[in-house]
Design a binder for this molecule. Structure first.
Ligand code: NAD
Ligand code: MG
Length: 400
């Protein structure tokens, strides 16, 4: 038999937590994968090292000064990697005719344009960048259907759901006997902390996740449980399941990554150690299975699996996300933009942790009549919501 052709993989956000885990899996299988393009925002040092190690055809830095710096250093090192600069170059490499698979692992709305470009170009899209789907769900899924792209979820919960759904799931839950999706949530670092003390938690405390090591933005989202809210919206678009059929189950051990409940009462779960290389390897090799470098699950060591109802009082962001999904239109895009701004302000110590949901709620109230029927309108709505959110942040800013 002829060996399978190498899959040429573009990694958007290569220097991040998901990007580095992706490259770790790629490096284990040089017979299957090669890096086609690696991208980052400004991280010259790390991207330089990755270029020497993986010899991609292209490296992209959004920041142009950083890109010139990288170009010079690679040239001096005798590397053949071509360096491109600017956000437009992200779109270019994501849709390039010579790339087969695109890992969308940029954080936030900044990742939408290249992820959508990959979907429109009919690539195998490995989607970690949940914000892209929250912003543009309908448009994104239409692009996937129109181009015949293969969309594979990387978010561990959605990857678990994908694995627990029937092969060839038609995005018609009724027809496939799917009753509910049960999204598990760890509850983050503040699940048991006293409510009064939440106002004074620091960025580092919020980023100290009990089970996962991740970028700072998603770590804060996990602490507010907005991450789970964004994931409810993500699940709605990926699997065409209505909001009332998506339930959040707090499961502090993060061993069950999510479940699908069927009409006959069966509940199928996917389990594993909390290591993103499992969903990454699953999506890269799908429908085959490859080694991901992940430690085998030791159920005896884990001992027990616990489940709790989510606390909507402690975590108002979760309710805000469900409301935005039910409201439809631009609400989810506004929610996402306000959240990105509020989290950035919290990480800068400009506002307290418990102000995050207040800022989002206030922004949702003020942002109305925004359109989300094309990418330009979505980006406009995103920009408008950010302006409003910034004024809400200013109004709550703690003077240093
Ligand atoms: P990270 O902060 O570690 O990395 C982000 C990457 O995006 C970096 O390479 C950075 O250079 C790039 N980037 C940031 N801003 C950019 C911009 N404006 N333009 C272009 N590139 C930019 O983030 P992460 O934890 O790897 O998360 C990436 C995405 O994956 C997020 O959407 C997150 O929600 C999702 N995700 C992450 C995890 C995880 O375990 N880390 C799990 C599930 C989903
Ligand atoms: Mg997740």
């Amino acid at each position: 038999p002829t060996p399978p052709r190498l899959q040429r993989v573009t990694v958007l956000g290569a220097t991040g937590s998901i990007g580095m885990s992706t490259l770790d899996v790629l490096a284990r299988h040089p017979d299957r994968f090669e890096a086609f393009a690696l991208t980052a925002q400004v991280q010259v040092e790390r991207l330089f090292e990755l270029c020497l190690r993986f010899s991609p055809r292209f490296a992209v830095l959004v920041d142009s000064a950083a890109a010139s710096d990288l170009r010079q250093r690679l040239k001096a090192a005798g590397s053949a990697t071509e360096v491109l600069a600017g956000a437009g170059a992200l779109v270019e490499v994501a849709a390039h005719p010579d790339t087969d698979a695109v890992m969308a692992a940029i954080v936030g709305a900044a990742g939408l344009a290249p992820a959508l470009a990959a979907a429109r170009a009919g690539k195998r899209v490995l989607l970690a960048n949940k914000e892209a789907l929250v912003l543009s769900g309908r448009l994104f899924m239409q692009a996937v259907a129109a181009s015949g792209a293969q969309l594979l979820p990387i978010d561990s919960e959605h990857n678990a759901v994908f694995q627990a759904l029937p092969q060839g799931y038609t995005r018609d839950p009724q027809r496939c006997g799917v009753r509910r999706i049960l999204l598990t949530a760890s509850g983050g670092p503040f699940r048991e902390r006293s409510l009064e003390s939440l106002a004074n938690v620091t960025p580092d405390e919020a980023c100290a996740h009990p089970n996962w090591v991740m970028g700072r933005k998603i770590s804060v989202d996990s602490a507010t449980m907005m991450n789970k809210g964004l994931e409810v919206i993500e699940a709605h678009w990926l699997f065409a399941v209505p909001p009332e059929a998506i339930e959040v189950v707090v499961h502090p051990q993060s061993v069950i990554h999510s479940m699908v409940e069927y009409a006959d009462g069966s509940v199928l779960a996917q389990l594993g150690n909390p290591d993103m290389r499992t969903p990454i390897a699953h999506a890269l090799a799908y429908p085959e299975r490859i080694d991901a470098g992940v430690r085998p699950l030791d159920l005896f060591e884990i001992g027990r699996l616990n489940f709790e109802r989510p606390d909507f009082v402690r975590f108002p962001c979760l309710a805000l996300a469900y409301d935005a999904l039910r409201e439809g239109g631009a609400a989810a895009a506004v929610l996402n933009a306000a959240n990105e701004e509020a989290v950035a302000a919290f990480l800068d110590r400009r506002v307290g942790f418990t102000r995050i949901p207040d800022i989002i709620a206030a922004t949702l109230e003020r942002a109305c009549d925004l359109s989300v029927d094309c990418i330009e309108a979505i980006l406009d709505a995103d920009a408008r919501a950010r302006e409003i959110a910034r004024s809400e942040i200013l109004a709550r800013q703690t003077t240093p």
